[in-house]
Structure formats: C-alpha cells, structure tokens
Design a protein around this ligand. Structure first.
Ligand SMILES: Cc1cc2nc3c(=O)[nH]c(=O)nc-3n(C[C@H](O)[C@H](O)[C@H](O)COP(=O)(O)OP(=O)(O)OC[C@H]3O[C@@H](n4cnc5c(N)ncnc54)[C@H](O)[C@@H]3O)c2cc1C
Length: 382
C-alpha cells in the first residue's frame, strides 16, 4: 500500500542529498529525505572540504569545522618534505557524521522531512509516479533523486551502473599525543611515492589525525598493508586507532547518464568524484545545485526535460572530470613527476591552490606548471 506522496523523494542524506533537500525546501518544494542509517552516521572519509566546496554551500559552517589547513607537506617516499604554504584556507577538515548531520538539520529547518533508519530497497516507475520501497512501506513521488552514494540502489535499479571506474580508499582516525597534534595544526601531508598508483594523506582534526591511503580499485587488496606501512613510516603505529574503514570512490567515464525517466542521480551515485584527487564532496554539492532548476522546472511544467540536468552536469562537472582522468593516468605512471611539479614549480603549486579554492578549473591549467608546461600542454592534447 502506498503510504505517502511527495513532490520529490531523495534517497540518501550525504552532502548531495542534504544539499538538494535544503535547496528544494527553501523554494517551498515538498521533499522527503530517506536515509538508511540513523543520523548522525559514520561515513568513511578523510573529511577534507576544499575551500571551493565551502564557498559553494554559501552558509557559515564554522561550528562544524575541526581545523583549517593553510599548508601542505608534500613528500615522495616520505623523504625530503616540501612545505608548501598558502595565505588563504585550502581545506577545512570536518567529521563527516557531524558535517552531514549539520547539512540535514539545515534542510529540516527549511521544511524538508527526514526519515532515517529507512533502507530503500527498490525503485520502480509506476505511471506518472516513481515508487520507492523500503522495508515497511511503499512511498511515491513525482521525481526521485538517487543520492545514495557509491553502492547506490537507485543506480542499480535503473540499470545505470555502467561507465564507472572505482578508486579504493581506507581512512583511520589516530589518537596522538597533544604535542604531536599541535605539530599538525593547520597542516596536512600528501605522500605521493609510497602508494603505487595512488597517494596517502594526513589531515588534522581537533583531537586526532585522519590518516589514509587511496589507490585504484584494482589494487584494493593491498590497501590494508599499504595503510599499515604508511602508519609505520610516520611513526604512528603505536598510537590508538579509534576508527578505521574503507570504501570505494566511484568516478564516471565517458557516456555516463545521470538521469532516467523521472529519476536523477547526484554525487557518488552518479560517479562524480574527482579521479585525480578522490575529492567527492564538492561535486556532490554542485550536482545537487545543478539539479535544483531542472527539478523546479519539471514540477512546474509537465513536459519539462530532465535531460537538462545531464547537459548541466556534462558542462560543469564531466568536462572537468575528463581532464582530471587524463592527469590521473599520467600521474599513476609517473608519480615522481607529480611530486616534482607540485614541490618545485611555484606555478603548479599556485594552480593546485587555485583548484582547491575554485579560482581555477582543470581546463584553465593549460599553459601553467612552470618548467613542466610542455608536459601539461601535451596532456591536454591527449
Ligand atoms: C577513505 C575516503 C576518503 C575520502 N576523503 C574525501 C575528502 O577528504 N574530501 C572529499 O571531498 N571527498 C572525500 N571522499 C569522497 C567522499 O566521501 C564522497 O565522494 C562523498 O561522500 C559523496 O557524497 P554523496 O552525498 O554523493 O554520498 P555519501 O556521502 O556516500 O552519502 C550517501 C548516503 O546515502 C545513504 N544510503 C545508501 N544507500 C541507501 C539506501 N538504500 N537507502 C537509503 N539511504 C541510503 C548512505 O547511508 C549515505 O548516508 C573520500 C572517500 C573515501 C572512501
């Protein structure tokens, strides 16, 4: 039996789903946000929000920020660290349970309805409606949005899981002594040498360090070992690991569809994480914002086209992901060049800062990279 009908049902209350719920509710659109877990819930993530992601949100998030990163120590095989600094915030670190819940509460304040602890099992088209089945109810709405992450049920039910590649990452929360924590204040580390095809990171949080490793999914079986080796080489292996978990990071390849019939896909469910850096929160938020005018239009006009969302995502996100993918393939083969460029070329470092702040896009990087300009320009022709 159908229990309730809404304008829009959003499946998944991560940054993508919560941002969309907030934006739609703000416009007076009836939104039901369904979340599998009870909130606040843990999400496996380093919790690094680039400053461009924070700017996109457009409201103050300082109450949930753990630390603000202004400098990054770049290493290759943990040798010869280059400390790179920037006058503006590069990354805001957050705990994902707190940050995601904060976004959801913002949406609720605007009138979105959250039902957590509701595992969506199936999505089905039914005439003018889309039916959403959970363990104990069938709900229906005029539009459904899949914001249910890397293992999206919505993507699966629409048969849209193709054209996807996966990264794999493991993240741990390491409780370190206060003097050690103080040493990391406002500083992150990016290690480019010791993870084949990937990288490792250290992000500072209020009372611990977030330390992790990312690599292509084809190397996922080595993740635990690589992570342990990284912890050992940092000298943190004797400290308490308060939490450790791993997850896939999906990135779409050419030809990926992000809508079907009356359903849109956002964030990780659409495979919108950056294949070079693994950053997914920015594009989760951006995809939600791109969906807003399309959904508004579709609810107002019966013949409005949801494929406008595809066009917007292609223009604003996929075009960038294509360049990031080319760069990532290159850096997987030649990580020492990535290290050389970021550490020794001021121009590349400035370009990296521009990418994190949103002042630059990948497409603008052509012609940058100092002494490595030839390499970058050749990559852009690939
Ligand atoms: C180890 C690791 C580190 C990372 N570090 C960073 C980082 O520092 N910065 C960054 O930008 N990105 C990072 N990412 C990527 C980032 O975590 C994701 O790209 C981001 O969370 C995507 O947001 P989302 O809202 O699309 O999906 P999610 O955040 O995954 O949210 C999806 C939500 O849907 C819910 N859900 C799933 N299935 C169902 C269902 N059947 N019914 C109802 N609800 C459901 C889930 O419980 C979840 O709450 C990292 C990823 C990993 C694995």
């Amino acid at each position: 039996m159908v229990r309730r009908s809404d304008d829009v049902i959003i499946v998944g209350a991560g940054p993508a789903g919560a941002t969309l719920a907030y934006e739609l509710a703000k416009r007076g659109i009836g939104v039901l946000l369904l979340e599998k877990e009870k909130l606040p819930r843990h999400k496996c993530c380093a919790g690094g929000l680039t400053s461009k992601a924070v700017k996109l949100l457009g409201f103050d998030i300082s109450e949930v920020v753990e630390d603000v990163v202004y400098e990054i120590s770049i290493t290759f095989d943990l040798r010869n660290p280059y400390l790179r600094q920037h006058g503006q915030p590069l990354i805001y670190t957050v705990m994902r349970d707190v940050f995601d819940h904060f976004l959801v509460k913002k949406a609720q304040q605007r009138g979105a309805v959250l039902v957590d602890g509701q595992n969506v099992r199936r999505i089905q088209m039914s005439g003018d409606w889309v039916e959403v089945s959970t363990a104990d109810s069938i709900l229906r709405s005029r539009l459904v949005v899949g914001a249910d992450g890397a293992y999206s049920v919505v993507t699966r039910d629409l048969g849209m899981g193709r054209s996807m590649e996966y990264g794999a990452a493991i993240g741990s929360e390491i409780v370190v002594p206060e003097e050690e924590l103080a040493r990391w204040k406002s500083r992150a580390q990016m290690e480019l040498g010791c993870i084949p095809g990937g990288y490792a990171w250290v992000f500072p949080k209020r009372d611990h360090l977030s330390i992790g490793v990312a690599c292509p999914a084809s190397k996922a079986k080595h993740l635990n070992r690589l992570h342990q080796e990284f912890l050992n080489s940092l000298g943190t292996s004797d400290y308490t690991i308060s939490r450790s978990s791993s997850h896939f990071i999906p990135t779409c390849t050419k030809g990926r569809l992000v809508w079907h019939d009356k359903v849109l896909l956002l964030g990780d469910a659409a495979g919108l994480a950056d294949p070079l850096t693994g950053e997914g929160i920015h594009n989760a938020i951006l995809s939600a914002q791109l969906a807003v005018p399309v959904i508004e239009n579709s609810l107002a006009h019966a013949n409005a086209k949801l494929e406008d969302y595809q066009e917007a995502v292609e223009e604003k996100i996929m075009s960038e992901l294509r360049i990031a993918r080319v760069l990532s393939k290159f850096f997987i083969r030649f990580p020492h060049l990535a290290f050389g460029m970021l550490s020794r070329s001021d121009e590349t470092w400035r370009a990296g800062c521009g990418l994190m702040s949103g002042e630059l896009k990948y497409a603008d990087m052509k012609g940058t990279a100092g002494g490595f300009k030839g390499i970058v320009d050749r990559l852009f022709r690939t």
